[in-house]
Design a protein around this ligand. Structure first.
Ligand code: TTP
Ligand code: MG
Length: 620
């Protein structure tokens, strides 16, 4: 391997098979699933004055993600625009799809990344099916989806790959062509057939198409999937390993990527790497995607640069805020090596938190109204995330899966009991004498035991909301703000936390020790996470220090809107946002880089700022 001239190439370990799913035009697909008539129309999803995504009919007509609504309307006057600021439907759809895919997993290694991506580690299923193969008749194989029921599965041709491959020419390579029966090739073939089956199931039963990548790590499966969008799948073909004179496909594939496109290498890390390679400041791009760059420094440029080795990377990228071992981690990534594990499925989020932000919130009457609204959303989210069906339907085949919404509350039970209720506010600093206002992201909060009536399944959500507000939230608010007036809040957040201790309450607690699960999850995420900035303060402390680099999440910028409208960064924007690049699962929507517009003071996710500035340039 070329890089071994400068440092020892990291060891490859290609013993796993991982499938990465990225749902096509996710937000638009959620609306289409609700109303299939939209499928044939150009459909765009609006947040603020931007299209966050659009369906492929709209893309055919020149529309694209992160486009100004005004531009889109000019290009395609008959575009159907739907509002996507309330994230509830996306969150619900994401969870349903995740649960659907999860039923195919044997080892429960399935992990969400944001709302619209899923990693599935199918190593065990593939290993089992390799054992079942008849080497003399690979073309007539049967893929077993269950260890208990040999009839559950599908026929397939194990000699051939399903879908596309990288390099493209290898897509038609059959096992018989291969000199030796390369075990990795065979396992990837099986992975490709399983992926094709899962995509078909997802479409048939849930109405969603996904773009899928199949390889041996999270890194490679995610990146290779991007090659054939939409509704396609791509397998990274062996050999991955570089040997005498030939570059392995893993290296050849990753080499062509711009360094900032590698998951785990965030904007700041990428800028430092670019600057090191270019030996000058790297210019920032002017596109709508925050974190874009005008420079094109490839992985290969970095990997083969004479000065680059793990120690040098540690010196360049390490320091306050960077995890120990960042040099080795990045060294591995640029050699297409990624040992991070797919997290074990977890049943419950670590906390549930609902908030809204306000241009002005300074009377008790308004506070009461907002507390009611937030409390109601919180209770609804608790029902969605923490209740499960009472019937033990383990083992129900996917085809017979019934959606949780159909099940009445009476047949549900709590899978976790959060113990703590937290109320946080962000008081706006008073005006300076010159009329300006200091920017503040300081939150203050109070926590109290969560009243047990909240777990009642016989009382209505409205009745529970009233009790929660009058018996818990309002008294907490008064302690937080003892003065009757004189304050002005820019944000209110209500949350239930301390979930881990409740695992033993559940009848099905066996095998689901939630505190254990969290420990596992933290372990798994730690390994995957590469952060190049300080971690935000722990929100469970009673007084939170503001961190202007990592401000509190903002969901609403235009006053008293009750909807849950936090913008969720997607792959592209995630790449640019300075956060743990591979934060997975439910935390995904909690952390968004936020900027304040210098012209009008509006606060918005960083990726939306350029479009917003253009909006001002166009004369508002
Ligand atoms: P993406 O996966 O980037 O986009 P997509 O799934 O809509 O389209 P594609 O077929 O190209 O994968 O993002 C997932 C969802 O995240 C997207 O549907 C809308 C939302 N989103 C944001 O909230 N903010 C953003 O900046 C972008 C790009 C997307
Ligand atoms: Mg997508």
């Amino acid at each position: 391997m070329e890089a071994s001239r400068h440092g020892r190439a990291p060891k490859r370990k290609d013993d796993r098979i991982i499938i990465h799913f990225d749902y096509d035009c996710f937000y638009a697909s959620v609306f289409e699933a609700e109303n299939p008539a939209l499928k044939s129309l150009p459909l765009a999803v609006q947040q603020k004055h931007i299209i966050v995504t659009c369906n492929y009919e709209a893309r055919r007509r020149g529309l694209h993600k992160l486009q100004l609504i005004s531009e889109a309307k000019k290009l395609c006057p008959d575009v159907v625009i739907v509002l996507g600021e309330d994230l509830t439907r996306f969150r619900n759809a994401s969870r349903q799809l995740y649960n659907f895919i999860r039923q195919f997993s044997w080892n429960n290694k399935i992990e969400r990344l944001g709302f619209d991506e899923v990693f599935l580690d199918v190593t065990d299923i593939i290993r089992y099916n390799v054992e079942l193969l008849n080497a003399n008749d690979l073309t007539n194989s049967f893929f077993c989806l269950s260890q208990n029921d040999p009839t559950l599965g599908f026929p397939y041709n194990a000699a051939e790959l399903a879908g596309h491959a990288y390099p493209a020419s290898t897509a038609c390579r059959t096992i018989a062509d291969s000199n030796e029966l390369d075990n990795l090739l065979l396992r990837l073939h099986l992975g490709s057939h399983l992926a094709q089956h899962l995509r078909a199931q997802l479409e048939e039963h849930k109405g969603y198409t996904a773009t899928v990548g199949i390889s041996t790590s999270k890194l490679l499966s995610k990146l290779v999937g991007n090659l054939n969008k939409p509704n396609g799948q791509t397998t990274l073909s062996p050999p991955y390993e570089t040997s005498e004179g030939t570059t392995g496909n893993a290296t050849a594939f990753i080499d062509g990527h711009e360094i900032g496109k590698i998951p785990g290498i965030g904007f700041k890390l990428a800028q430092r790497l670019r600057e090191h390679i270019l030996q000058r400041a790297a210019a920032i791009g002017s596109g709508l995607v925050y974190g874009g760059t005008k420079e094109n420094v490839t992985v290969r440029d970095v990997r083969t640069h004479p000065t680059v080795n793990p120690e040098m990377l540690e010196r360049l990228l390490g320091g306050p805020g960077s995890p120990h071992g960042i040099g080795v981690k990045v060294w591995q990534l640029i050699h297409a090596v990624d040992h991070s594990k797919v997290g074990q499925a977890r049943e419950v989020p670590s906390q549930i938190s609902i908030e809204d932000s306000y241009i002005r919130l300074d009377t008790m009457e308004e506070v009461l109204r907002e507390l009611r609204m937030l409390a109601k959303s919180l209770i609804k989210r608790m029902h969605l995330d923490l209740l499960e069906e009472n019937d033990d339907d383990a083992g129900t085949p996917p085809a017979a899966e019934h959606s949780k919404e159909c099940v009445s509350l009476g047949r549900r039970r709590w899978i976790a009991h959060p113990k703590t209720l937290r109320l946080s506010t962000r008081p706006r600093p008073p005006l300076n004498s010159d009329g300006t206002r200091a920017r503040s992201f300081n939150r203050i909060s109070r926590s109290a035991p969560l009243p047990s009536f909240i777990f009642s399944l016989s009382e209505s959500v409205d009745a529970l909301t009233e009790r929660l507000v009058s018996e818990a939230l309002l008294p907490m608010f008064r302690k937080l703000h003892p003065e009757r007036s004189g304050w002005d809040l820019s944000l209110v957040n209500v949350a239930v936390t301390n979930m881990a201790d409740a695992a033993g309450d559940s009848k099905t607690a066996t095998g689901r020790d939630i505190s254990n699960m969290f420990r596992n999850q933290a372990e798994v995420l730690k390994e995957w996470r590469v952060e190049d900035r300080p971690v935000p303060p722990d929100v469970s402390t009673s007084v939170l220090n503001g961190d202007t680099d990592m401000p509190a999440p903002i969901r609403s910028t235009d006053g008293r809107k009750g909807s849950e409208d936090l913008l969720v960064p997607s792959q592209e924007s995630r790449t640019g946002l300075e956060r743990g690049e591979w934060d997975s699962d439910d935390g995904a929507e909690e952390q968004v880089s936020v900027l304040t517009c210098e012209v009008c003071g509006a606060i918005m996710p960083a990726f939306a700022m350029l479009a917003h500035q253009r909006f001002h340039e166009l004369g508002d």
